[in-house]
Design a protein around this ligand. Sequence first.
Ligand SMILES: CCCCCCCCCCCCCC(=O)CC(=O)SCCNC(=O)CCNC(=O)[C@H](O)C(C)(C)COP(=O)(O)OP(=O)(O)OC[C@H]1O[C@@H](n2cnc3c(N)ncnc32)[C@H](O)[C@@H]1OP(=O)(O)O
Ligand code: NAI
Length: 309
Amino acid sequence: MAFFTHHICRGLSSSAVRHVVIKNVTIIGGGQMGAGIAQVAASTGHAVTLVDTNEDILKKAVKGIEGNLKRVVKKKFADKPEAGEEFLQKAMQNVSISTDAGSVVQGTDLVVEAIVENLKVKQDLFGGLDKVAPAHTIFASNTSSLSITDIASSTNRLDRFGGLHFFNPVPVMRLVEVIATSSTSQETFDSLLNFSKMLGKTSVSCKDTPGFIVNRLLLPYILDAVRMYERGDGSKEDIDIAMKLGCGYPMGPFELSDYVGLDTMKFIMDGWSAANPDNPMFAQSEVLNKLVAEGKFGKKTGEGFYKYK
Ligand SMILES: CCCCCCCCCCCCCC(=O)CC(=O)SCCNC(=O)CCNC(=O)[C@H](O)C(C)(C)COP(=O)(O)OP(=O)(O)OC[C@H]1O[C@@H](n2cnc3c(N)ncnc32)[C@H](O)[C@@H]1OP(=O)(O)O
Ligand SMILES: NC(=O)C1=CN([C@@H]2O[C@H](COP(=O)(O)OP(=O)(O)OC[C@H]3O[C@@H](n4cnc5c(N)ncnc54)[C@H](O)[C@@H]3O)[C@@H](O)[C@H]2O)C=CC1
């Protein structure tokens, strides 16, 4: 059940701002991002329903969440095993799963969508949910590259729609980009900011511009690395080593691409290419297309630029 709270918003000279306190969260998409968001939300006391069309993916997600939380408990509660066990039990009790998004959104305060990076599929999902979700429910997309305005256009709740862009792996990465469209209400935006804070994340505010902040800068970097490799200017191994040791990045661009998922990268590239057909920056990449056509999506399938088996 949602309720409203008043607080003084810093920087708004003592004007009272309302936000929806989010308790029940529905996360749609049980892949790497959805499972990570579910893990963090459940372990910070939210009642989470994780939804996917594929039951096996949901079972795998729950197993993964439990495994990750066990690692956290082992470390954080090293000298308090009973408290650790209690934390684990509570967090796991907060997670339920479903393959029927329409039926579970009835009691939810927030829907976070983390499904495939395809505008039409996201619009179809939200368009359907808009008809059955309660009026107060806020919708948010975790899209990497699509316009939140375009996704929201399939609904009649433009004021209660925003972007919550998490980073991979969600339990580790501290940032959330909170995106407001020109129609997102202040109350919705503040609710999303507050939710990010409740998850223990640092948030930055973004306009609904292509790639928001991080991916607007990350995409040209990865693109250039792939082009260098395609031209034979450097091996992927050397480029990765160079960026790790030369810039202190935890992963090089090819390791990171495999980690994000080459299928997702291709969805992003195709979207940007369609939106900017005359920009040579977004010309098709033969290497990326070949790997994706062969089902080599990166770490999640065991092979991408590198082998993981
Ligand atoms: C021409 C074609 C080009 C196409 C262009 C398209 C470009 C598209 C670009 C846009 C990409 C879109 C993606 C997006 O929207 C935004 C992103 O998310 S970008 C990715 C951001 N993430 C990163 O940059 C990750 C960088 N890597 C790291 O930080 C580390 O390598 C990592 C934390 C992953 C692993 O650390 P490492 O030290 O190597 O390993 P450990 O195993 O020791 O882990 C450290 C620490 O973290 C815990 N942990 C690791 N993984 C997980 C996990 N999955 N879940 C939970 N916890 C995890 C681990 O337990 C350790 O914890 P301790 O407490 O320290 O023990
Ligand atoms: N992989 C990454 O590093 C990041 C990805 N994102 C974004 O998050 C979203 C998800 O990405 P990943 O988790 O990597 O993808 P993924 O491929 O691991 O998971 C997507 C899941 O969505 C499910 N799905 C597809 N259509 C569905 C529908 N209509 N209803 C319910 N479930 C459905 C699939 O079965 C799959 O399990 C994408 O929009 C992506 O751009 C955002 C930040 C980082």
